[in-house]
Ligand binder design. Structure first.
Ligand SMILES: NC(=O)c1ccc[n+]([C@@H]2O[C@H](COP(=O)([O-])OP(=O)(O)OC[C@H]3O[C@@H](n4cnc5c(N)ncnc54)[C@H](O)[C@@H]3O)[C@@H](O)[C@H]2O)c1
Length: 412
């Protein structure tokens, strides 16, 4: 099942639990606006190249739309649509005053030079500058984009509208980015995991972890879990997978990757393993932090973890969800588990609007407060509706957006 069908299915189930009427259910599913633009740039060799860019603005009942911009060869309008919708529920679960959006350009960023990437980003911004804005739609980095991409968008947007740092988040700190943004999603994963384990009488210390993906989310989650006394016994990235039953020395692995651009798979203090076995490796907690759809009906039956924390977006297919649920595996869903990034993006936007920079301690303590509050809200709904955390999170998010929609008189 593709990401859009899966997201719609979860939404409909939540709408049924909430007893939403058909009209509001339909109006919440239909995106506010879908934008498709051609971005033509001169390449470094003087030839012209054209790329298709998308921005899907899903819903703005609770505030400006918020979501990442992805540069990837397989950027697909259906997936962008699903991810935009997930952002609407995610910002509502987090209880931050935003709606949802997502965007992307179909390109392979690793095949473009820095100056080609800059030209492409500036042309894309020229095409959408009148549709994004501090109070309208606030982009952020996603796969294939980073703080430099946000700096180019900020600069190009500011040519049309005047200096507007709050138009994007995930910026470099020198241009108004927030301290703590880089680690925010991984730190949020840590707080979510702590809350779930505590509920089951367990703690990070004394538990074993397997993490798929060692990029921004996976490496920060691994580092913070290691610092908290957890044992990361297997890890993987696109280059391969590693295991060590005594626990991988995560700081040493990070140094290995940083020095001389080392490959994860070449790290000598752990044994290599097949990347196909990572998701079914024996552990207490499995944290997918790479691609969507990795847990599916082929492998879900073999998963041995007792808890899954969805660091990635949409890592669990609905069929896998059912199989895992029957096995008693508890899953913290993406729209809660990886919301630390958008929470700190919100703090960045607030700091830009205030013109006042917070210290990192304040960012991290506010993040913990928001993650704990959302966990409590989801848990309460799971109790009152007898549902799992994914449905608890969907019910929480959909209900908040539905209430805002009705209060604004938009349901007709
Ligand atoms: N960065 C954020 O703030 C953030 C916030 C919310 C959700 N997410 C989601 O988390 C996921 C990861 O995002 P990121 O920012 O860490 O991306 P990233 O590009 O920094 O890292 C991705 C990691 O996945 C690995 N990977 C790719 N293909 C793989 C494969 N086949 N097997 C194993 N590993 C593979 C890569 O090697 C890399 O280590 C994505 O689904 C993203 O949408 C990210």
């Amino acid at each position: 099942m593709n990401a859009l069908a899966a997201t719609n299915r979860n939404f409909r189930q939540a709408a049924r639990i909430l007893g939403l009427d058909a009209k509001i259910e339909k109006s919440l599913l239909i995106p506010f606006r879908e934008i498709k633009v051609e971005c033509t740039i001169p390449k470094d060799d003087g030839t012209l190249a054209s790329y298709v860019g998308f921005r899907v603005q899903h819903d703005n009942a609770r505030g400006p739309m918020k979501g990442g911009i992805r540069y990837h060869p397989e950027v697909d309008p259906d997936e962008v649509n699903a991810l935009a919708q997930l952002m609407t529920w995610k910002t509502a679960v987090a209880d931050i005053p935003y709606g949802g959006a997502k965007g992307g350009i179909g390109c392979s960023p690793e095949d473009l030079s820095t100056s080609e990437l800059e030209r492409l980003t500036r042309v894309f911004t020229q095409k959408i500058h009148d549709l994004i804005g501090v109070n309208t739609d606030v982009p952020a980095p996603d796969m294939g984009t980073n703080s430099q991409t946000m700096a180019w968008i900020l600069d190009e947007y500011s040519k049309f509208h005047g200096y507007s740092p709050a138009v994007v988040t995930g910026k470099p700190v020198d241009l108004g980015g927030s301290l703590g943004r880089d680690s925010a999603t991984g730190r949020g994963v840590l707080f979510a995991t702590e809350a779930l384990l505590a509920e089951h009488g367990k703690s990070i210390k004394g538990s074993t972890f397997v993490i798929q993906g060692f990029g921004n989310v996976g490496s920060w989650a691994a580092r913070l879990i290691h610092e908290s006394g957890g044992k990361v016994i297997a890890l993987s990235d696109v280059t391969g997978a590693l295991k060590n039953p005594n626990g991988i020395d995560v700081p040493k692995l990070i140094r290995h990757k940083e020095i001389g651009n080392g490959k994860l798979a070449d790290f000598s203090d752990a044994d290599r393993m097949s990347p196909d076995e990572i998701l079914t490796h024996e552990c207490d907690v499995l944290i997918p932090c790479a691609l969507g759809g990795v847990l599916n009906r082929e492998n879900a039956g073999d998963v041995k973890a007792k808890f899954i924390i969805e660091g990635a977006n949409h890592p669990t297919d609905p069929e896998a969800d059912e199989i895992l649920s029957k096995k008693g595996v508890v899953i913290l869903p993406d729209i809660y588990a990886n919301s630390g990034g958008v929470m700190v993006s919100y703090f960045e936007w607030v700091q830009n609007i205030q013109g006042f920079m917070w210290d990192e301690e304040k960012v991290n303590s506010e993040l913990k407060r928001y993650m704990s509050k959302a966990f409590g809200n989801i848990k309460a709904l799971c109790g009152s509706h007898g549902c799992n955390p994914r449905m608890g999170a969907f019910v929480l998010g959909v209900n908040r957006v539905a209430r805002a929609t009705v209060l604004r008189g938009w349901e007709a």
